[in-house]
Ligand binder design. Structure first.
Ligand code: ATP
Ligand code: MG
Length: 619
C-alpha cells in the first residue's frame, strides 16, 4: 500500500468503503500478523455480536517475538529509562529469551489457556516480558494500575478471577518509592480473592516479605539457560486482554478485547495514525493500567518489529526529562495522554527545549479533548512537530475520530479530534436519535463494525453490553460524549454528555468554556461544571501566579467577551483526576452540591477530596 497520499475526500471514501464492504476492507489487514491457520471468514454477524477472522488461529506472542528471530535479533525492541535517567536496552533476541523464560515459569505455576493472570508493574521491560508470556500461553492478560485502593483491586481480581498475580517488588514515581509488594500483601491479607500465587520480580531488592506457600521470587526460579515454550494456538475471537474503563463518569466497566482481531485493528490504526518505519522509535507516555500502554507496547510496537521506549516514573518530576528522553533515544513519535501535555505546558518551555527534539515528528494526543491553549503552546514551542489527535474509548479501540497523518496530509483543526477513521462511522444525534446537520451540538454515536470493539466481561448473553451502550439510541453505539461535526466532517468533542451545562435554555459542553479559559496566559489548567443556575470554573494558575480577586475578575471578563457568563471562579492547586489523568468533573460537581460523589475508585489521589472541600469552604 502506498502511504501518505490520500486526500481528505479519499479518506472519507475509504471509510465508506470499510462500512459498506468490511470483508474486502479488512481482508488485506490480516497480513499484519502471521497465522497458524488462516481465518475461514473475515466477519460474521453484526455488532455487538460480530466475530472477526473466524476460526483463524495465531498467537500474539509469536507475532511480537518469534517472527523477528533471526531477522531482527540484534535490533532494539525497547529502550527503558526512569525518572533518574537510569537506562537499559532490550534487543529482540533478549525479548525472545526473556518471554520464553517468563512463560516457562508461569506454566510451572499452573497457568493454562483461558486462565486470567493479573499484573501489577511500573513501566519496565519485565512488564512486557510477562504480558507476552501470558499471551503465549493463550491466557487472558489483566494489567492493573499501581495505586488503586485495596477494595478496588480486590473487586477486579474477583471479577476477572485471577489465581496468579505477577508483581514488581517496587517502583519509583515522582521521587517516591512505590512499595508494590507490600501493598499486595496488605490487600491479600485483608480481602478474599481467587489469588493463590504471587510471582514477584524482585528488581534486585530483598526488603519485602516472602509469604510461604504463596509467594515466589522470580529470580529464584527463573531458568538459567535458554528455554522455549511453544506458543498456544488461539482462535481470533478468544479473549486476549481485559480492561476496566477509566471511571471518569461512574463505576468502571470491565471489558475484553479479542486475541487477534484487536491486534489487527490496532496495527491498522497506527499505520494510519503514525505509519512508523522499521528504523523508527516510538515512546508512549502512559502508566501501565491505562489501555494506551499495552496498545502500543504489546500489540503494535513489537508486532511491527520497531523500537519502543518505556519510561518509569512521572514526566513532570524534572523539567528537562521529556525532551532529554527524546534526545537520548532519538524518538520519532510520542503518544501521550492529554494530561501529560498539560503538565509540559505548566512546567514551561524548558520541558520541551532542554533536549534536542529534532527527531520528533508527531505528538499524538489521547484521553481528553486537547484545549486550544495547549495546542498553541505546543506548536509555538515545537514548530517542527505535528500535533495529532485520536479519540477513542476503552470499548472502541480503533479511533472514532482522528488525524490519520499516516494516510495523508490532513489539516489539523485546533479543538477538534479529527475526521472519521476508516473502519468505523460516527454521527451526532439529538435527544431522539435523529442525525443532526453540521455545527449542531448533540450526542456522539457510532456504528462500529471493526475487530477492535470490546465485549463486556462476564456477559455471555450480551445483555449488559446492549443495555449499557446500545439501548439509549437504537441502532447506534452510544459513546456518552457530546459534540458537533463541522462542514468538513471534523468532530469536535465538547465533553461528556453527563457534564453538559444547561444555561438559559442553551446546552454548553464543558470544553467550550474550558477552551476559552485555557488560553488565558496565567492559567495552567481548568475544569468547568454547571450547577442548577450557574457556571463554575475551577482554575489552576500557572506556577508563580497569584490567585487573587483581580485574576478572578479578569477570567470572568475574558469569558464574558467570548459569550460565556462564568458565575464563579475557584482557584485550586490541582484538579481531581482519574488514574488515566482525566478530570473527574462529577466529583467537583458533587462537592459543590454537598452530595455523595459516588464511585471514586479510580481517583488518582483520594486525599484530593478533603483538599477540595477545604478550598471550597474558603471561597
Ligand atoms: P468511564 O467510561 O469509566 O466513565 P472514561 O470514559 O474516561 O471512563 P476511557 O475509555 O479511558 O474511560 O476514555 C474514553 C473517553 O475519553 C471518551 O469517551 C472521551 O470522552 C474521552 N477521550 C478520549 N480520547 C479523546 C480525545 N482525543 N479527544 C476527546 N475526548 C477523548
Ligand atoms: Mg467511558
Amino acid at each position: 500500500m502506498n502511504w501518505r497520499i490520500y486526500s481528505l475526500e479519499q479518506i472519507k471514501s475509504m471509510s465508506k468503503y470499510a462500512m459498506d464492504d468490511p470483508t474486502s476492507f479488512w481482508r488485506d489487514k490480516t497480513e499484519y500478523i502471521t497465522w497458524f491457520k488462516k481465518p475461514e471468514s473475515i466477519v460474521e454477524g453484526q455488532a455487538p455480536y460480530d466475530k472477526w477472522f473466524v476460526r483463524g488461529t495465531t498467537n500474539i506472542s509469536y507475532n511480537a517475538v518469534d517472527r523477528h528471530i533471526p531477522s531482527r535479533k540484534d535490533k532494539v525492541a525497547f529502550y527503558w529509562a526512569n525518572e533518574r535517567f537510569e537506562t537499559k536496552t532490550v534487543s529482540y533476541l533478549d525479548l525472545y529469551n526473556e518471554v520464553n523464560k517468563a512463560t516457562y515459569v508461569l506454566q510451572e505455576l499452573g497457568v493454562r489457556k483461558g486462565d486470567s493472570v493479573s499484573l501489577l508493574f511500573p513501566s519496565i521491560p519485565e512488564a512486557v516480558f510477562f504480558s507476552l508470556a501470558v499471551h503465549r500461553l493463550g491466557a487472558v492478560l489483566v494489567i492493573h494500575y499501581v495505586g488503586l485502593s485495596h477494595e478496588t483491586l480486590a473487586y477486579r481480581l474477583n471479577d476477572c478471577g485471577s489465581k496468579v498475580m505477577v508483581v514488581a517488588s517496587k517502583g519509583i514515581r515522582n521521587g517516591n518509592e512505590i512499595r508494590i509488594k507490600d501493598f499486595v500483601d496488605k490487600l491479600l491479607d485483608s480481602h478474599t480473592t481467587p489469588v493463590k500465587s504471587v510471582l514477584v520480580v524482585s528488581r534486585g531488592y530483598s526488603d519485602f516479605e516472602v509469604k510461604q506457600n504463596r509467594d515466589i521470587v522470580y529470580e529464584d526460579v527463573k531458568p538459567k539457560g535458554k528455554v522455549y515454550v511453544r506458543p498456544e494456538e488461539v482462535e481470533s475471537n478468544e479473549p486476549g486482554t481485559i480492561y476496566y474503563t477509566s471511571g471518569t463518569t461512574g463505576k468502571p466497566k470491565g471489558l475484553f478485547h479479542s486475541h487477534a482481531g484487536y491486534t489487527i485493528g490496532l496495527n491498522w490504526a497506527f499505520r494510519a495514525l503514525l505509519n512508523p518505519q522499521d528504523n523508527e522509535v516510538w515512546w508512549t507516555v502512559s502508566e501501565l493500567g491505562w489501555p494506551v500502554w499495552p496498545m502500543a507496547n504489546l500489540y503494535t510496537i513489537p508486532v511491527m518489529g520497531i523500537t519502543g521506549v518505556l519510561f518509569e516514573g512521572f514526566i513532570g518530576y524534572k523539567r528537562d526529562l521529556f525532551s532529554r528522553v527524546i534526545e537520548r533515544f532519538n524518538v520519532n513519535y510520542v503518544w501521550s495522554s492529554t494530561t501529560t501535555l498539560y503538565t509540559l505546558k505548566s512546567l514551561g518551555e524548558e520541558s520541551v527545549k532542554s533536549g534536542d527534539t529534532s527527531s520528533l515528528k508527531i505528538i499524538l494526543n489521547t484521553g481528553e479533548p486537547l484545549n486550544v491553549g495547549a495546542w498553541n503552546w505546543l506548536t509555538e514551542n515545537m514548530p517542527h512537530v505535528k500535533i495529532g489527535d485520536a479519540y477513542w474509548m476503552t470499548e472502541h479501540l480503533i479511533p472514532i475520530a482522528c488525524t490519520p497523518y499516516g494516510l495523508g496530509e490532513i489539516p489539523y483543526k485546533p479543538g477538534s479530534a479529527g475526521i472519521v477513521f476508516p473502519g468505523t462511522y460516527f454521527t451526532v444525534v439529538d435527544d431522539d436519535g435523529k442525525p443532526l446537520p453540521p455545527k449542531q451540538k448533540g450526542y456522539i454515536v457510532v456504528k462500529p463494525l471493526n475487530p477492535a470493539t470490546a465485549k463486556m466481561w462476564n456477559d455471555p448473553t450480551y445483555e449488559k453490553i446492549k443495555d449499557k451502550y446500545w439501548s439509549r439510541f437504537p441502532g447506534y453505539f452510544y459513546t456518552g460524549d457530546y459534540g458537533y461535526v463541522d462542514e468538513d466532517g471534523y468532530l469536535f468533542v465538547l465533553g461528556r454528555a453527563d457534564d453538559v451545562i444547561r444555561s438559559e435554555g442553551e446546552r454548553i459542553g464543558t470544553l467550550e468554556v474550558e477552551s476559552i479559559i485555557g488560553t488565558y496566559p496565567q492559567v495552567a489548567e481548568t475544569a468547568v461544571v454547571g450547577t442548577t443556575n450557574s457556571i463554575v470554573a475551577f482554575v489552576v494558575p500557572k506556577q508563580g501566579v497569584n490567585p487573587d480577586d483581580v485574576l478572578r475578575n479578569e477570567i470572568k471578563n475574558y469569558c464574558r467577551n467570548s459569550g460565556y457568563i462564568v458565575d464563579k471562579v475557584i482557584f485550586l492547586k490541582r484538579l481531581p483526576k482519574t488514574k488515566s489523568g482525566k478530570i473527574m468533573r462529577r466529583l467537583l460537581k458533587s462537592i459543590l452540591a454537598n452530595e455523595d460523589p459516588g464511585d471514586v475508585s479510580t481517583l488518582d489521589d483520594i486525599k484530593i477530596i478533603e483538599e477540595l472541600k477545604q478550598s471550597l469552604s474558603q471561597t
